[in-house]
Design a protein around this ligand. Structure first.
Ligand code: ADP
Length: 162
């Protein structure tokens, strides 16, 4: 079975993430969307909240699971028997960091894990979770960025009932 991991912060999940999930779920037998539990990074949503949001957004996909992980991604992949990491590329600005991470994970996994990049759908090339947080914080319209369910939860974090 061809298993892949799609790791990230997903704080919160956007239409860009959902697009990458849909496309990679069509390529691999099983896809696990994995929320990084990074204690050094402050986040808007807790890890459990992010996992629950992703579960709701991916419930239509039979071969997609959602989980969280902490520690080294290469170790996590090994522990769940995945040989592929999925990452999305939006622009050249993503490339340097992603290339470095892909090479590091390949070395740390003894060439047991490869990273597969999907280029963003052009509709979402500008989109990031930080933009969503920033716009929502000012009460701006995030309906083009995230599904209504995520928008409601995001506004609530800022004490807004929009
Ligand atoms: P991280 O903090 O690990 O970068 P993110 O949640 O920001 O986590 O992103 C997870 C993955 O999804 C990354 O590979 C990122 O490039 C990709 N991604 C984020 N936004 C988009 C988008 N709009 N289109 C395509 N890929 C995206």
């Amino acid at each position: 079975m061809n298993k892949a991991i799609y790791p990230g912060s997903f704080d919160p999940a956007t239409y860009g993430h959902i697009d990458i999930i849909r496309r990679s779920a069509a390529i691999f037998d099983e896809l696990t969307v994995s929320v990084l539990d990074n204690m050094r990074k402050t986040s808007l949503f807790s890890v459990d909240e992010r996992v629950n949001i992703l579960k709701e957004l991916t419930k239509e996909f039979d071969n997609v699971r959602v989980a969280s992980y902490s520690g080294l991604l290469a170790d996590y992949c090994k522990s769940v028997g995945a040989h592929v990491i999925i990452r999305g590329l939006r622009a050249v600005t993503d490339f340097d960091y992603e290339l470095q991470m892909a090479q590091t994970n390949r070395i740390l996994s003894d060439a047991g894990v490869d990273t597969v990049f999907l280029t963003t759908d052009l509709r979402y090339a500008y989109l990031s979770s930080s933009t969503v947080r920033e716009v929502a914080g000012f009460g701006g319209d995030i309906s083009e960025f995230v599904p209504p369910y995520v928008a409601k939860l995001t506004y609530a974090k800022f004490g807004k009932n929009l």
